[in-house]
Design a protein around this ligand. Structure first.
Ligand SMILES: *Cc1c(COP(=O)(O)O)cnc(C)c1O
Length: 427
């Protein structure tokens, strides 16, 4: 499979854009080689600038649960565009999307739309600090919550792949207010809250971790977070930007039966357009301007094209019973990959949750960031390129998860497994 056109486009991009990309993981640094430039997508496929087709399990890093260019979503966006692309005044679409989100996330009594997951978590943190009058934020090693300053501490995939756990340009004073604990470590949480609980504004977590590979919460872990934050008068924030409408229609909070104080969403709720949302307890959300003193705003927030794509996507999700309807297909892929690896004698530890799946190149078990880091990244890089050559696109990093869409056919899953058997054999 040759990609001369992508090579050329990448060279041109690097002249004007840092690393040739607008988001670092796209640059293939985690696996080496030149990223393919995408020409178009349809259903479960994407085509690169050289005309090569790939079965896509990246799906724009999660948002496209209906696959690429779903005809109904495309039509809805086209019709909305014809009526105007932005007004900076309220539209009924925002309430319509808010109602659809609230129906699946009843804990989000009030919610606010923003333009990305980063904005959602950044705003939720500010709100938690404003509401509690405290400064300290607790997060978990390997969890990624977007690129806001105070959250770029031990932040998972992008950093893990590039080998920079912290970012340059983040004042030490910001990072000092962010405490990090190991994922799945109940004792560490109990100890921390016993010492510092009274200083904590919020604890933020990916309830199913998806930015250090896929790691599920162990029994009782999320319950302890709920208990300790409540006891300390701190807020519990579930960052469901990735897991929302992905691990279950109602996210991890429905799957595990835990009610957070605040939730952040993004990715799927924008149907492929830039959307994020944060919301939760009415008394907390009433602290947001114009009702309260915590400021947060956006020229393009609640953008009509983005809201339209979100509304249409959430309607189709409900009609198709997603993501639950994908369970079997995801399991078939995940288990098929594990079988193929075993046959080839390649150590692999796989997991799946709803429409997300992951596989660490190691014996496992993996329960936290330190464990994830034991994976054989060189072997993953070889596997990645071997699959790409066979027309299957996984994420260009060992520490990202895979996503399934309603557009993925049984034939595509079969073709993926056939390619995986060859790729594992090559290792
Ligand atoms: C992707 C992601 C974000 C950041 O969202 P952006 O839209 O990329 O800013 C935040 N939290 C989690 C859990 C994510 O997966």
């Amino acid at each position: 499979m040759n990609r001369p056109k992508s090579e050329e486009l990448f060279a041109l991009a690097q002249n004007r854009i840092p690393g040739g990309v607008d988001s670092p993981v796209r640059a293939f640094r985690g696996v080496g080689g030149t990223p393919f430039f995408v020409e178009k997508g349809e259903g479960d496929r994407i085509w690169d600038a050289d005309g090569n087709a790939y079965i896509d399990y990246v799906l724009s890093w999660g948002p496209l649960i209906l696959g690429h260019a779903h005809p109904r979503v495309v039509r809805a966006i086209q019709e909305a565009a014809a009526r105007g692309t932005s007004f900076g005044a309220p539209t009924a679409l925002e309430t319509e999307l808010a109602e659809l989100v609230n129906a699946a996330y009843p804990s989000m009594e009030l919610l606010r739309f923003v333009n990305s997951g980063t904005e959602a978590t950044m705003s939720a943190i500010r709100l938690a600090r404003g509401f509690t009058g405290r400064d300290v934020i607790v997060k978990f090693e390997g969890c990624y919550h977007g690129h806001a300053d105070g959250l770029l501490v031990k932040a998972g995939s992008g950093g893990a792949t590039l080998g920079v756990p912290d970012s340059g340009g983040v004042p030490g004073d910001y990072a000092r207010n962010t405490a990090t604990l190991p994922f799945n470590d109940i004792e560490a949480v109990r100890d921390f809250f016993a010492m510092r609980g009274a200083d904590v504004a919020a604890l933020i977590i990916e309830p199913v971790a998806g930015n250090m590979g896929l790691i599920l919460p162990e029994a009782g872990f999320l319950e302890v977070l709920r208990e300790e934050t409540e006891k300390a008068g701190a807020l519990l924030i579930f960052d469901e930007v990735m897991t929302g409408f992905r691990v279950a229609r109602g996210g991890a909070q429905a799957l595990f039966g835990i009610t957070p104080d605040l939730t952040t969403l993004g990715k799927v709720i924008g149907g492929g357009m830039p959307v994020g949302a944060y919301g939760g307890r009415r008394d907390v959300m009433e602290c947001v301007a114009p009702l309260g003193s915590v400021y947060q705003a956006g020229t393009l927030s609640g953008n009509p094209l983005a809201m339209t794509a979100g509304v249409e996507t959430l309607k189709i999700i409900e009609e198709l019973g997603l993501p639950e309807a994908l369970d079997e297909k995801v399991k078939a892929l995940s288990e098929g990959m594990a079988d193929a690896a075993r046959e080839a004698g390649v150590p692999l530890t796989g997991a799946c949750c709803g429409s997300m799946f992951g596989a660490f190149f190691q014996e496992g078990p993996v329960r936290d960031f330190t464990g994830a880091m034991r994976s054989d990244t060189e072997r993953y890089a070889k596997f990645f390129h071997s699959m790409l050559k066979r027309g299957v696109a996984f994420a260009p990093s060992q520490f990202e998860v895979g996503f399934m869409s309603s557009a993925h056919t049984d034939e595509s899953v079969e073709a993926t497994l056939a390619a995986a058997r060859e790729a594992f054999a090559e290792l």
